[in-house]
Write a protein that binds this ligand. Structure first.
Ligand code: SF4
Length: 429
């Protein structure tokens, strides 16, 4: 039998798809690149925005009647009834905590032509996939260290799709990191909705201590972690980063808004001032550190003054990159009950202004890099230019350069030109 997986959304979903891939490959199934060649199509869905959710429904609409269709992921978790109602073609809906049972789903439902759903959220961490699973690449290894969120930011659907926070045991994380280091992976990315709230109470280990321990594993060149919540900052993290040069000097630190008034409405438990204080502290202790962030524009009640505060925060923080979205109400959330009183026109205008400001900052910062040598990890071929490669810097900038290197190799590149979103250069031989 053949299967096809379509993944929408964040790195957590990509990692879950790798695990589903592993389960199905273990039972002798073959992965296909095209949905039409598959007997079973799995759609690993994302619910973070209305638009993302609609993409899933339109993808299902384009599928063939003869295939078995399984919807997994966040939309499966939060909208199982809607999926079944809107798509008679769907055979099984499996939530974010139950995809580990894919073998049982195939045997008990798909092969017997029975439709079904399983969206039970479990309280404990499930350790049913070995470290040695079918990963998308052989140089960057993603390790899930926690799942879920207890914050309930008023706009966010994650606590409803991924459940409450649960932490993977310390020993299991270390085993996976050691396995990756011993098998040629050069970069490790620790994954979770709130990585910095991770802890192993039984072992008495904090997130910073976990990072410190992983940084001590030989052969790991860069360690990254996503996503950090600004409300859980500890100075121990700065100390650990200072002591370990292989913890990449880049943190994704989503602020969402520059206005304390809006942050309060969003249910974020920090103020603009507290956030900026943390950024300044990191920058004073680790001058080379770079940050990226997420922003929501047009949150209900956001005034011109609030939005100006967002722009001024962007100017002050000088992010490496940002991800920005127009607010879209999500079912189940508190914010969805507030009147969405900002017109789409104003939201779009604000988004545009934010993009223009960030583009200006990136161009200024990229200009300063011309003539500098940067360490780059090769990630693959540049699909847009024959004979060119793509790589990432420690601060997660995209770099293109001519060459003939293998993915996962670390090289030095002298930057000679740039655009707003990437750098170009020549390998230093
Ligand atoms: S911290 Fe807030 S935005 Fe992030 S996952 Fe949790 S509820 Fe969602």
């Amino acid at each position: 039998m053949k299967f096809f997986i379509k993944t929408f959304g964040c790195q957590m979903n990509v990692n879950d798809s790798e695990k589903i891939n592993h389960i199905l490959a273990e039972r002798g199934m073959v992965r296909t690149e095209e949905a039409e060649d598959a007997d079973i199509v799995i759609i690993n869905s994302c619910a973070v925005r209305e638009k993302a959710q609609e993409k899933i429904f339109s993808f299902i609409g384009r599928l063939d009647q003869k295939q078995k269709i399984v919807v997994s992921g966040c939309v499966a978790q939060s909208e199982k009834d809607l999926i079944i109602k809107r798509n008679k073609k769907v055979d099984f809906v499996v939530g974010t905590h139950q995809f580990y049972g894919m073998n049982g789903i195939i045997d008990n439902f798909l092969l017997k032509n029975i439709k079904g759903t399983d969206t039970t959220l479990s309280k404990e961490w499930s350790e049913s996939i070995p470290d040695v699973y079918a990963r998308e690449n052989r140089f960057t290894g993603f390790i899930s260290i926690m799942e879920g969120c207890d914050n309930f930011c008023t706009y966010c659907i994650v606590p409803f799709t991924r459940g409450r926070e649960k932490y993977r045991p310390y020993k299991n994380i270390l085993d996976e990191a050691e396995y990756l280091a011993g098998n040629g992976f050069r970069e490790i990315v620790l994954l979770g909705q709130n990585v910095n709230s991770w802890k192993d109470k039984k072992e008495g280990v904090s997130f910073a201590a976990l990072l410190d321990r992983i940084a001590g594993i030989e052969k790991i060149h860069w360690i990254r972690f996503i996503t950090s919540y600004p409300g859980y900052y500890e100075s121990e993290l700065i100390d650990v980063m200072k002591q370990n040069r292989n913890i990449a000097r880049h943190i994704h630190f989503p602020v969402q808004s520059g206005s304390t008034r809006i942050l309060k409405k969003m249910g974020r438990n920090y103020t603009r001032e507290q956030y900026m204080k943390i950024i300044s502290k990191f920058k004073s202790e680790i001058p080379e550190i770079k940050f990226s962030s997420d922003f929501i524009v047009g949150f209900p009640g956001e005034t011109d003054r609030d939005f100006d505060l967002t722009l001024s925060l962007i100017e002050k923080a000088r992010y490496n990159s940002i991800f920005s979205f127009i607010y879209s109400p999500r079912k189940h959330t508190k914010a969805a009950m507030i009147d969405d009183n900002i017109s789409l026109e104003i939201k779009k205008e604000r988004l545009q202004l934010l993009h223009e400001l960030q583009k200006k900052i990136q161009l200024e910062d990229h200009w300063k890099l011309v003539g500098k040598q940067l360490e780059v990890m090769v990630t693959g071929k540049n699909p847009k230019r024959e004979g060119e490669l793509l790589g990432r810097t420690e601060s997660y900038k995209i770099v293109t350069f001519p060459g003939n290197r293998k993915p996962g190799e670390f090289i030095n590149v002298t930057i000679d030109s740039f655009g707003p979103h990437s750098l170009r250069g020549i390998e230093v031989i």
